[in-house]
Design a protein around this ligand. Structure first.
Ligand SMILES: Cc1ncc(COP(=O)(O)O)c(C=O)c1O
Length: 446
């Protein structure tokens, strides 16, 4: 069993150590923390749940911090990245990931993006049938698509370098969060399986180089059974296509990318499915993915990897009292918690109040609190009516489970400086990204 959440005690210890060692300085009105031991344990656990030949393309969009990408790169060659844009591809390569550890998934790849990815030997997931034709033409025009060869030029497994796959929407339904569900009857991503079955079959029986299949069902809000249903649709299709490709003398479809989407728990009492169970169930529904040594499985877990390893702290600048609710004025709001502010029903966190020395406060105040951010619009409230101990100016509010999809969604509205981002192992700290200076801010807008 792997620990699913950081406990408040360990966060409190880190907060006090950060305050006393001045990792949190006066100007750090807010800061983002990563427990790097927790993160590493989670990645090692992920590796242990799948066959060693699996590539784990950890979704950059969940956490694009260059220092973090560098730190986890050497855990294993099976650690890779899933990049949703050419910018994320570039970040991954600068962080030292070889091209065959990068999976490129953007739905709007340009000709030059595709040319670059093919030339470099990056794993590409084509999003739609028009993009498929573009790749076909690029390959016809002699783009030097790298074959999987050793240094001596001998052909090695076709699946180890630069595979080309096609994203298919299995159309198995949407989860509880519409905005992050992508496997409904309609989705802007991938080729819809039921609507385009004939065209899909034609593609896999026309292009020998199309050796991969990719799906992604959604991010949070999709039960494990939905993810398994999606895998099942593509798995059956893959078996069928492989029989037919065999008859044509085509190489087998040997790369199967299951995407990400295993949900995590943001609230105590909310149980999240375990990675071991997910892998066990994949082995039952789609056995070859786990047992066949010729199949290279790819995963793309972002939220599961990062979310529970991070937390955010803001100093309480002011507390405003109203007859029935108090409002805490914080230094982070919709700039860091866009989804929480705009869609509070679906995105919630737990909160802990610490005093100015980092000691946890006890009890529950008679009025609940609205957690308001610093931005200039009334919807800039992370959560409403939260039961908390009495909060005072100078306290610290910790927002739990902010390691994924928070800083990566930073908004520039109102030109707030991005906070200092700090990694730690026990009480040893490292600055992962420095707080933005006013000069940095000026450069952004100039
Ligand atoms: C194509 C693709 N892969 C992987 C992910 C990561 O999903 P999650 O962070 O929920 O694991 C996403 C996120 O939505 C995605 O769009």
């Amino acid at each position: 069993m792997i620990q699913s959440k950081l406990c408040t005690d360990s966060i409190g210890n880190a907060l006090r150590a950060a305050l006393s060692s001045r990792m949190i300085r006066l100007e750090d009105t807010s800061a983002i923390f990563y427990d790097l031991s927790f993160l590493e344990a989670r990645i090692r656990h992920l590796l242990s749940c799948f066959p060693p030949r699996t590539l784990h393309g950890l979704a950059v969009k969940a956490n694009p911090l260059a220092r973090v990408m560098e730190l986890i790169r050497d855990i294993s060659p099976a650690v890779g990245v899933e990049a949703a844009s050419i910018g994320e591809v570039s970040m991954a390569m600068r962080a030292g990931y070889e091209p065959n550890r990068v999976v490129f998934d953007s739905p709007v790849k340009t000709l030059s993006d595709l040319t670059f990815a093919l030339e470099q030997g990056i794993n590409i997931n084509i999003d739609n049938l028009t993009e498929l034709e573009r790749v076909h033409h690029l390959l016809l025009t002699g783009i030097p698509y790298r074959q999987s060869t050793t240094e001596e030029g001998n052909l090695i497994s076709k699946s180890t370098i630069g595979s080309i796959g096609l994203r298919i929407n299995p159309q198995i339904g949407v989860g509880t969060i519409l905005e992050s569900s992508v496997a409904g009857v309609y989705s802007k991503f991938g080729v819809p399986f039921n609507h385009y079955r004939t065209e899909l079959e034609h593609a896999f029986l026309s292009y020998p180089w199309l050796t991969g299949m990719h799906l992604h069902v959604g991010s949070q809000g999709c039960a494990m059974e939905m993810l398994l249903d999606g895998i099942g649709v593509l798995y059956d299709f893959m078996l069928d296509m492989n029989r037919k490709r065999d008859a044509l003398g085509f190489p087998q479809i040997s790369v199967f990318d299951i995407g990400g989407g295993l949900p995590v728990s943001y609230l105590s009492g909310q149980t999240a499915p375990s990675m071991e169970e997910y892998s066990r169930k994949i082995a039952i529904r789609a056995p070859q993915l786990i047992t066949d040594p010729n199949i290279r499985l790819i995963t793309e877990f972002g939220r599961w990897t990062y979310t529970n390893s991070g937390w955010t702290v803001s100093r309480v600048e002011y507390v405003k009292a109203d007859p029935s609710v108090n409002t805490i004025m914080l230094h982070v709001g919709a700039d860091l918690f866009l989804r929480e502010c705009l869609n509070p029903h679906d995105w919630q966190h737990e909160y802990t109040v610490f005093d100015h020395l980092g000691m946890p406060k006890q009890g529950i105040d008679k009025n609940p609190y609205n957690l308001a951010g610093p931005l200039c619009f009334s919807g800039d409230i992370i959560a409403k009516n939260v039961a908390l101990p009495k909060v005072e100016e100078g306290d610290y509010l910790v927002i739990h489970d902010t390691g994924g999809y928070t800083f990566s969604m930073w908004s520039r509205y109102n030109s707030r400086q991005t906070p200092r981002i700090i990694g730690y192992r026990e009480d040893r700290f490292v600055v992962l990204k420095e707080r933005e200076t006013l000069d940095d801010l000026h450069n952004f807008w100039t």
